[in-house]
Ligand binder design. Structure first.
Ligand SMILES: N[C@@H](CCC(=O)N[C@@H](CS)C(=O)NCC(=O)O)C(=O)O
Length: 214
């Protein structure tokens, strides 16, 4: 069976996990500790996830993994992309991950099971973002802005099963972002987005983070 090395918080890992769920293909998930540099370096030469182990080979890059798995048998990602979905994502991605990172650092993800692993994430991610305390202290405005952002997504959702009506790479990108967004407590979802994210969660077999939202 294929093995996928992941962190549970990682949106790129969500993309790779999605295709196994959508295809109904079995995969063994292995969550690496966030401070384990050696394992990914041994597998692909750098510290990165997701990594797919298939037939004795190791493969990084989420979208390469998606393409490989979707290409086995009849593909499921057959729909056309809508540039408006990517444009919507680009407008909010910066704010989403600014708010996501400090919450991820506090959340009960298995890759942070040890204090050292959680500290590694905090140290590295805070450097590339803003001080987490500052982000969390000014969060109310950001949550309102994220709610306004998801309102703009509502008219783009053509079906609960696929944003453009037929499953496409837009669904891979969009659900991964909505999965991250689900860690942020207080974001209000318009009906079409709410149904879409819950339906995709079931189709992919990947629970949303609502129950542990911060
Ligand atoms: N282009 C890569 C990006 C993967 C990526 O950036 N993964 C992050 C986790 S979200 C990572 O492993 N970063 C190194 C680290 O967290 O130490 C892909 O699409 O798979």
């Amino acid at each position: 069976m294929d093995t996928l090395y992941v962190y549970e918080h990682c949106p790129f890992c969500i993309k790779a996990r999605m295709i196994f769920g959508l295809k109904g293909s079995p995969v063994q998930l292995v969550v690496l500790m966030n401070d384990d540099e050696q394992a990914p370096v041994d597998m692909v030469g750098r510290k990165v996830v997701p990594i797919l182990q298939t037939g004795g080979q190791f493969m990084p890059e989420s979208l390469d993994i998606v393409a490989l798995i979707d290409g086995r048998g009849a593909p499921v990602l057959t729909g056309a992309r809508n540039a408006a979905v990517a444009a919507w994502m680009d407008r909010g991605r910066g704010l989403l991950y600014r708010e996501f990172l400090p919450r991820a650092a506090m959340a009960p993800f298995p890759e942070f099971a040890t204090t050292a692993a959680r500290a590694y994430f905090l140290t590295h991610k805070e450097k590339s973002s803003a001080p987490f305390v500052t982000v969390l202290e000014n969060s109310e405005e950001a949550v309102a802005a994220l709610t306004a952002w998801v309102q703009e997504l509502a008219p783009l959702v053509q079906s609960p099963n696929a944003v453009n009506g037929v499953l496409s790479y837009d669904d891979i990108d969009l659900f991964a972002a909505l999965h991250s967004l689900s860690l942020i407590r207080g974001v209000q979802y318009p009906a079409s987005v709410q149904t879409y994210r819950q339906t995709l969660s079931k189709l992919c077999g990947i629970p949303l983070l609502d129950p542990v939202a911060i």
